[in-house]
Design a protein around this ligand. Structure first.
Ligand code: NAD
Ligand code: WQD
Length: 333
């Protein structure tokens, strides 16, 4: 089976390509390299022995996308390509709506035109807003997003759902990721954030390599065991494996299916700091700062539906996530 992976040189996309190749799928990537490097292809080849076919193409640019669909007949598309910086999306909403929403609509038009109507979409737990229940099941109503990035995910879920309802030949899997961290055990693939990171683990890694002096912990007065925010951190390789299982689902059904991809465990900011320090023997100085606008106290998944219907569950624990994150950062930052 041949799978098109948009955004396949990015953080989650590259790990997913490795797992797809390991499971015998043929992989074609397109990416505009806005937030990733072509060198990732050699690294995927080093790990798997196979170099995926690559197109430098932009979701918003018909000219560059056309050859991708002209040259191949895809069994499914895994759609990672998009912008993901929450803070930036507040400052540049048009850029986010154009890239993520217009871009995805263009992609779907191509898929229609070339007769590939199966898509797995990277959504996010952010669509739950301040969740109505914990742990969060897929039945939990979608909420009010606190930033344009989150709205692009929520709106695109609706767009893809409407497309499938209008044309039942479409098959749509919406994967709502919780907080992906970690890296490939080889140290060859991981997340390399540009500039000052927004997210917790990339920030901790910048402190660990000495690029930033200390971590700011955003609030210690939440209604959580130690007062700091609680999240469901999931190893990126577990997440990648979830996509491979979802390929089977998307190619054998004609409906919309939604799955949470999380571990079901909630860890606080200080749990992450402590575990990172212990397993890697590095001190992470931190200071308590005011709450960050838009943050919620607690967010973790009920991953039972993915277990039942995708035969998937996360395997790696927090210790492993911290070890693998650090291996990548220490070799690549
Ligand atoms: P990433 O930035 O590492 O990967 C995204 C890739 O898409 C990049 O390589 C980028 O160059 C490419 N891209 C962006 N706009 C493009 C365009 N117009 N045309 C072609 N390529 C384009 O991000 P990631 O962490 O791997 O995230 C992958 C997907 O998962 C994104 O859609 C993101 O919103 C979603 N997601 C990420 C997280 C997270 O915490 N990392 C959580 C939930 C959902
Ligand atoms: C985690 C915890 C912070 C940084 C975001 C997006 C979400 C999804 C995943 C894409 C929170 C605290 C953080 C720091 C801190 N992405 N923190 N100091 O906010 O749960 O989710 O990434 O879809 O949409 O919103 O992740 O890593 O930013 O924060 O104390 O410097 O760490 O307050 O409790 P978040 P995060």
């Amino acid at each position: 089976m041949k799978i098109l992976v948009t955004g396949g040189t990015g953080y989650i996309g590259s790990h997913t390509c490795v797992e797809l190749i390991n499971r015998g799928y043929e992989v074609v990537i397109f990416d505009n390299l806005y937030n990733s490097k072509e060198e990732v292809l050699s690294r995927i080849e080093k790990i798997t022995g196979t170099r995926p076919l690559f197109y430098k193409a932009d979701l918003r640019d018909t000219e560059s996308m056309r050859p991708v669909f002209e040259d191949h007949k895809f069994d499914a598309v895994i759609h990672f390509a998009g912008l993901k910086a929450v803070g930036e999306s507040v400052e540049k909403p048009l850029m986010y709506y154009e890239n993520n929403i217009s871009g995805t609509i263009k992609l779907c038009k191509f898929m229609n035109e070339y007769g590939c109507k199966r898509i797995i979409f990277s959504s996010s737990a952010t669509v739950y807003g301040d969740p109505a229940q914990i742990p969060i099941t897929e039945e939990c109503p979608k909420g009010t997003c606190t930033n344009p990035y989150g709205w692009t995910k929520s709106m695109l879920e609706q767009v893809l759902t409407d497309i499938q309802h209008a044309d039942p030949e479409w098959s749509v899997v919406l994967l709502r990721y919780f907080n992906p961290i970690g890296a490939h055990e080889s140290g060859l693939l991981g997340e390399s954030p540009n500039g000052i990171p927004n997210n917790l683990m990339p920030y901790i890694m910048k402190v660990a390599v000495g690029e930033l002096p200390e971590l700011g912990v955003f609030g210690n007065d939440y209604d959580t065991p130690d007062g700091t925010g609680v999240r469901d951190y999931i190893h990126v390789v577990d997440l990648a494996r979830g996509h491979v299982n979802a390929v089977e689902k998307v190619t054998t059904t004609n409906e919309v299916n939604v799955y949470n991809l999380g571990t079901g465990n909630g860890y606080s900011v200080l749990d992450i700091v402590k575990t990172f320090e212990e397993v890697n023997n590095i001190r992470i100085p931190y200071q308590i700062k005011p709450r960050r606008a838009g943050d919620i106290a607690t967010c973790y998944a009920d991953p039972a539906k993915a277990k039942k219907e995708l035969d998937w569950e996360a395997e790696y624990d927090l210790k492993r996530m911290c070890e693998d994150s650090w291996r990548f950062a220490s070799q690549n930052f």
